[in-house]
Design a protein around this ligand. Structure first.
Ligand code: ZN
Length: 200
């Protein structure tokens, strides 16, 4: 089932994702809905708060990225083909930066349609997380994969990519961001009005 992706201005995007207690069939079904939603929007990453579910879980799918993307990864110390690893579900992810190197790259976000800006991030990371069965894993990665994981894990902490942009990157986004926020608040007001009315 394709879920609605919530937009900038929705308070759920500022909430910290809650801890998951049950690694059950329902969680698996939700992960499939997240993959489907991510695919429908051609995204390479999606975090649960972006579909209005405030839990510590995100999905990444590098298969959508350009073939020319160069990045390194080690999953539990091995390097399985990326197709076998994706789509990847990360539950309770925790990031550690590896080294001092940083890179700048333009990013977008499914919660910010048509808004792009340059974000500086550490190049290489180690992320510890759990899978859908609750098993623990370690992924070391860099390049676009490292960047996507950082972007999605930020969502789980209520941090958005615009928070990571400097003044220069933000300046041209001033108006589009205000417009989007306004659209979202109109949408949310309509939604709460409709849900307050009894069914016809
Ligand atoms: Zn995002």
């Amino acid at each position: 089932m394709i879920l609605r992706v919530t937009q900038y201005g929705d308070p759920v995007l500022r909430k910290k994702g809650e801890k998951i207690e049950q690694f059950d069939a329902r969680l698996e079904e939700f992960s499939r809905d997240m993959w489907e939603t991510m695919g429908a929007y051609d995204g390479i990453g999606l975090a649960a708060p972006q579909v209005s579910v405030s839990i510590s879980m995100c999905v990444v799918d590098m298969r959508v990225a350009q073939q020319s993307e160069v990045y390194n990864y080690r999953f539990d110390g091995k390097q399985p083909p990326i197709e076998l690893l994706m789509p990847l579900v990360l539950i309770h992810p925790e990031i550690e930066f590896l080294g001092e190197a940083e890179t700048v790259r333009e990013e977008g976000c499914l919660s910010f349609p048509e808004i792009y800006g340059e974000v500086v991030r550490p190049e290489a990371i180690r992320v510890k997380f759990q899978d859908l069965k609750g098993a623990h894993h370690v992924l070391e990665c860099d390049g676009l994969l490292g960047r996507v994981v950082q972007h999605e894990v930020d969502h789980l902490n209520g941090i958005l990519f615009i928070d990571r942009m400097d003044r220069k990157a933000l300046k041209p986004l001033d108006r589009p961001l205000k417009r989007l926020k306004k659209l979202t608040s109109t949408f949310l007001a309509e939604k709460s009005k409709n849900s307050a009315q009894p069914d016809q």
